[in-house]
Write a protein that binds this ligand. Structure first.
Ligand code: ADP
Length: 274
């Protein structure tokens, strides 16, 4: 997007100048990514030692803490865990984008992955007083089971986070035919035989102008979401990367104040190994 915008703004009579600007933007983006990844990598070791120290304090081996001390320790632990999550997510996304992580695809049963994802999210759902209603659909897909599980748990976790106590979150899947609009070139892409997974909540919903951008890294509907909900703004960017590496698509439909449905499509026949 940035590159296209810059072409529009400059005089086309001066093509070398246009190319320089494009190169500059691309180079700046590359350096920015490299910098983020370097810093994240360097942060990992001190943060792990921090979590070790906090752990030691919490066991009481170094003497007992006052109630206030315990409270502060809990805040420090929560925030350190959040930082570690953030750094891990940044590195994960960066490695996926640069092709350093390849999907380890195998024949896996999507119904089992749906059940596994529900089990992983059960305790979060219980403490948020959200009911999980999952209708597993048993079919084999050629996919990386860990990465599909990561995608499903992330969608369930978001649905729980943005719902109110007492509400239900649904996950279903079906085999279907789809005619999708590709976000890249706006032309229709046919996926004749695909698996469509839906994760639905009746939570706060997403404004229409954010339906696309939330799949970009660090994009959140509300700037306070990461602080209040403990997120990193990277989950959906990671999901999109995973699903696109499976030849599928991910998108959302939502009505503000009424809830959202996230869709994940995975090609069935074409995804089988050749
Ligand atoms: P985060 O770690 O912040 O959840 P994500 O990339 O998973 O990062 O999501 C980006 C943002 O999209 C969230 O911060 C939130 O603003 C919005 N969002 C995602 N899922 C939902 C949902 N089910 N309902 C409402 N908003 C959502």
């Amino acid at each position: 997007k940035t590159v296209l915008l810059s072409i529009e703004l400059i005089d086309f009579g001066d093509v070398p100048c246009a190319l320089n600007i494009i190169n500059d933007i691309t180079e700046r983006k590359r350096l920015e990514n490299e910098f983020i990844s370097l810093v994240s990598h360097e942060l990992r070791t001190p943060m792990n030692s921090l979590i070790g120290a906090l752990d030691l304090l919490s066991t009481g081996q170094l003497g007992s803490l006052t109630d206030k001390g315990k409270q502060i320790l809990e805040i420090a632990t929560t925030n350190t865990e959040r930082l570690i999550r953030l750094v891990n997510d940044i590195l994960d996304l960066e490695r996926m984008k640069s092709g350093k992580i390849t999907m380890r695809k195998t024949n896996c049963n999507i119904g089992q992955l749906m059940i596994q994802a529900t089990e992983v999210m059960q305790s979060m759902a219980e403490s948020a007083k959200i009911q999980l209603d999952v209708q597993p659909y048993s079919t084999d897909v050629w996919a990386d089971p860990d990465r599909i599980l990561q995608t499903l748990t992330n969608l369930l976790s978001n649905a729980i986070k943005f719902s109110e106590p007492g509400q239900t979150v649904w996950m279903t899947a079906k085999r279907t035919m789809l005619l999708l609009n590709s976000s890249e070139n706006l032309s229709s892409v046919e996926q004749p035989d695909c698996l469509l997974i839906e994760v639905t909540d009746r939570g706060r919903g997403i404004p229409a102008d954010k339906l696309q951008s939330i799949f970009e890294r660090f994009q959140q509907v509300d700037a306070s979401d990461s602080r209040k909900k403990g997120g990193t703004g990277l989950g959906l960017a990671i999901c999109r990367n995973i699903i696109e590496q499976h030849g599928g698509q991910i998108w959302v439909e939502s009505t503000l104040g009424q809830g959202s449905t996230f869709y994940v499509s995975l090609p069935l026949q074409s995804s089988l190994p050749t």
